[in-house]
Design a protein around this ligand. Sequence first.
Ligand SMILES: NC(=O)c1ccc[n+]([C@@H]2O[C@H](COP(=O)([O-])OP(=O)(O)OC[C@H]3O[C@@H](n4cnc5c(N)ncnc54)[C@H](OP(=O)(O)O)[C@@H]3O)[C@@H](O)[C@H]2O)c1
Length: 351
Amino acid sequence: VSRTDRAAVTAAELAALHRAFELAGRGPAGENPQVGAVLLSPRGEVLAEGWHHGAGTPHAEAAALGAAAAVGRSVANATAVVSLEPCNHTGRTPPCAQALIDAGVRRVVYSVPDPNPIAAGGAQRLRAAGLEVVGGVLEPDGRELLADWLRRVTRPYVIAKIAQSLDSRVAAADGTSRWITGESARVHAHQVRAEVDAIVVGTGTVLADDPSLTARKPDGSLAPHQPERIVVGLRDVPADAAVRGSADGFVHLRTHQPIHVLDALAARGLGRVLIEGGPALVSAFLRAGLVDELHLYLAPMLLGAGTGAVTGLGVATLAQAQRWQFSATQRLGADLLLIAKPNKEMPCSQG
Ligand SMILES: NC(=O)c1ccc[n+]([C@@H]2O[C@H](COP(=O)([O-])OP(=O)(O)OC[C@H]3O[C@@H](n4cnc5c(N)ncnc54)[C@H](OP(=O)(O)O)[C@@H]3O)[C@@H](O)[C@H]2O)c1
């Protein structure tokens, strides 16, 4: 069965998919996708409906299976019609593909293929279990419904780097910041530079420090792979700024919207990016929830005054704190590297 062959879909299934789109809209928009599901009997009658109510709650398919069970309806040989490809990943809830197989569903019709590499593969699992699967049905409508979420899950992976004193300053009162950390930490930071597709800084850092944003080996020579050099902000980048360099790969993005930065980077085919500051830009990405990994280089130094590492996250009281977890720690000469990740489960698309 072709993924996009609409002729392979019945009128009842098309109607059910429109209904699934409608149901999807009842769920909350946010980190998880809005998904709707309708279960049809082999004769095309609606057996049950479900939608995803938000992170940590049953997925749309599971909700529909639950609704059928609640009224004692058999879903043996039923068709599941879903707005997003059933997931194949065990998150806070078991994979939907398996739940449909276990329930005895015979056929699955869905609109949008799951772009999330962690959750994708549901269609394959269903086919492998002998179910009929038709995907990509009414996909433009399905994508429109999921536009914001699709944008978030297909964005580049974002690492934010902060080199700070023990009292969380990234520059002294007069703006000087070179160097807060020692040689080993800087060598490590250059290794990370050599592994990313782009380094991103704000205009403030360019004007204060005039960095070249190249990846260099400990002997000062250039690493074989050089990331693109991205500057974000409305002010002009001086014609003689080091970041312009002599090679291609310099880009100035005149925006203050982190998601627009990531859209532009995704459009350039960049999958892994390093935000190197300064505090205004890093804070904007943190505020937007668009940082996947924080690299905190902590120097045993106190400044007492100067530029704070992070500002304005909109946290007024402890309960609103952004919670992170350390995923690695490393001693680098006199300094420490702390790697932290947001304290949220990798979404199985729908949590
Ligand atoms: N220790 C470290 O890890 C480290 C790293 C980098 C920088 N620094 C230090 O940080 C200081 C510079 O700090 P900074 O905060 O001015 O640097 P910045 O974050 O590099 O630049 C600030 C500028 O970024 C632009 N921008 C883009 N998106 C923004 C948004 N959503 N919100 C606000 N601004 C946005 C604005 O430029 P426009 O006004 O042009 O629109 C803003 O003025 C320097 O002293 C530098 O040495 C330290």
